[in-house]
Design a protein around this ligand. Structure first.
Ligand SMILES: Cc1cc2nc3c(=O)[nH]c(=O)nc-3n(C[C@H](O)[C@H](O)[C@H](O)COP(=O)(O)OP(=O)(O)OC[C@H]3O[C@@H](n4cnc5c(N)ncnc54)[C@H](O)[C@@H]3O)c2cc1C
Length: 453
């Protein structure tokens, strides 16, 4: 990797910080920042990537210890490099993902400076570009690309009780069962994070209550193909916007234990108590909506719709893939679904911890530009923002459903780099008069006239 100490902009002791000028500054060196660097490099765009921690820090330290990818590595990778030492259908451990992106950055010789935080970006008023304040000095950049991640600020809903006798953490801060005090655990949220954490705690012998809201739960695999393949061939990764009514629907998938379909009834059979959406906390009592059966039924509908679409695809294309009728069998409704808990006294149930697997929000408080709507959401088309020279990459649904995923961000980054290269071409254009003037200025006659020779 390039050693950017040569172009260091931090101030030598006792001197004012140097101002570094750069065409394109990429902020964040997760997979999005690494992908940006690859595509900018291919276009010959001078750029620098600043990362406040380490490359792919979110994968390294920002997730629970046992996490593996939700997709097999043949799919969850960048096109130019396979995961070393893993079979294509394996699921990579989070550390292997972090190692992968470090190796990738090295392979493409990405100009990344780690340990430098961007504190503030403002548009210049007296000249083109942006002034960027960092923990190591000031940078002038013609363009900035925010690659600071889709999941920046853990969100805990306002209903969380003010109860110091409980340990309450967001899934972003969950690491392993030993981290929690003895006792039962309420996991709120049953997307990929909540469902995997609940399963891990249950396997570790904890009594677990899992609050299940609206969700999709694709089959891990069907008729010999992983669901990532089905979403690909059926065009579902390429959906360009959230389907109406699906705004708050999570996806429950997991690569844990070799990759298995999430089946809430099976989890209940293994001892997890399913409850509906968490509604309120009052005087040590939590209440749940009476929507568990409905949420499971909607999840089933989504599951069966994918099997139907897969069957139709196989028929249409004359594929020879094995029948799998058992995929349509449904387990019996467990007691916790037939007779749902609507309220629970936390102390009586022995609950000592609550894990909020309730998602994330963006935080662009450092980016002082005109690229946000009235609600503070980035305004952009496929990452090209409404403020010329400002770009976003890695955000949910940036261009399509696949945008936050490893393979998807690579394609979005290419589009943004193409846009930057095209803009640079416009900027470099000179009309005939300018070309003539520049030719005179650089001709030998001109230099001799000015007596330079
Ligand atoms: C639990 C979980 C599991 C996931 N599993 C998968 C999966 O299996 N497959 C898949 O494809 N996707 C998965 N994802 C989604 C996605 O791949 C990851 O969230 C991924 O980390 C996003 O990469 P990114 O580069 O966009 O953001 P991040 O990885 O969050 O990287 C952003 C970087 O920006 C840096 N940064 C932030 N602010 C500043 C600043 N001001 N100055 C300098 N640096 C800054 C951060 O330190 C960070 O390193 C998962 C997400 C989660 C939460």
């Amino acid at each position: 990797m390039s050693d950017f100490k040569q172009t260091a902009f931090s101030a030598p002791a006792g001197r004012a910080p140097t101002i570094l000028e750069i065409d394109t500054l990429v902020i964040g060196a997760g997979q999005a920042g690494v992908a940006m660097s690859e595509h900018l490099g291919k276009h010959g765009v001078p750029h620098l990537v600043l990362e406040k921690n380490r490359i792919a820090e979110a994968w390294r330290t920002g997730r629970w210890d046992s996490l593996v990818t939700n997709g097999p590595v043949w799919h969850d990778c960048f096109p130019s490099m396979d995961f070393p030492d893993l079979a294509p259908d394996a699921f990579a451990h989070k550390d292997q993902v972090a190692d992968y992106f470090e190796a990738y950055a090295k392979m493409i010789d990405a100009p990344i400076r780690t340990g430098v935080e961007v504190k503030k970006v403002v548009r210049n008023t007296d000249r083109p570009g942006f002034t960027v304040e960092t923990s190591e000095g000031v940078i002038c950049a013609t363009r900035v690309v925010a690659a600071t991640g889709p999941f920046q600020r853990p969100v805990v809903p306002a209903i969380a009780p003010q109860d110091e006798s409980l340990l309450q953490i967001h899934s972003a801060h969950y690491r392993n069962p030993q981290q929690l005090p003895d006792g039962a655990v309420l996991v709120v949220g049953a997307g990929s994070s909540g469902v995997q954490i609940a399963d891990e705690l249950n396997r570790a012998g904890r009594q677990v209550y899992l609050s299940v809201g609206a969700h999709d739960r694709p089959p891990r695999a069907y008729r010999g193909r992983d669901f990532v393949w089905w979403l690909g061939v059926l065009g579902l990764w390429d959906l360009e916007s959230v389907q109406p009514g699906k705004e708050h629907v999570t996806i429950a998938v997991s690569g844990a234990h070799g990759g298995r379909t999430i089946d809430f009834r099976e989890l209940a059979g293994q001892g997890i108590t399913l409850v509906g959406l968490t509604n309120s906390f009052m005087n040590g009592v939590v209440t749940f909506k009476n929507d568990l059966a409905e949420n499971l039924a909607r999840g089933d509908e989504n599951y069966l719709a994918l099997l139907d679409a897969a069957d139709a695809y196989i028929d249409r294309n004359g594929l020879d893939l094995p029948q799998e009728p058992q995929a349509r069998q449904r387990l019996a409704e467990p007691v916790c679904v037939r007779n749902p808990l609507l309220e629970l006294n936390l102390a009586d149930a022995g609950i000592t911890s609550i894990i909020w697997a309730t998602g994330y929000a963006a935080d662009f408080s450092w980016l002082h530009v005109d690229a946000f709507d009235a609600n503070g959401k980035p305004q952009h088309q496929r990452g090209v923002s409404s403020e010329p020279g400002v770009y976003f990459v890695g955000l949910p649904w940036l261009s399509r459903r696949g945008s936050t995923f490893i393979w998807g961000v690579w394609h979005d980054a290419r589009h943004i780099a193409d846009h930057i290269a095209i803009q640079r071409k416009y900027t470099a254009y000179r009309d005939a008069t300018q070309r003539g003037r520049e030719a005179i200025e650089t001709s030998p006659a001109k230099t001799s006239l000015t007596g330079v020779r």
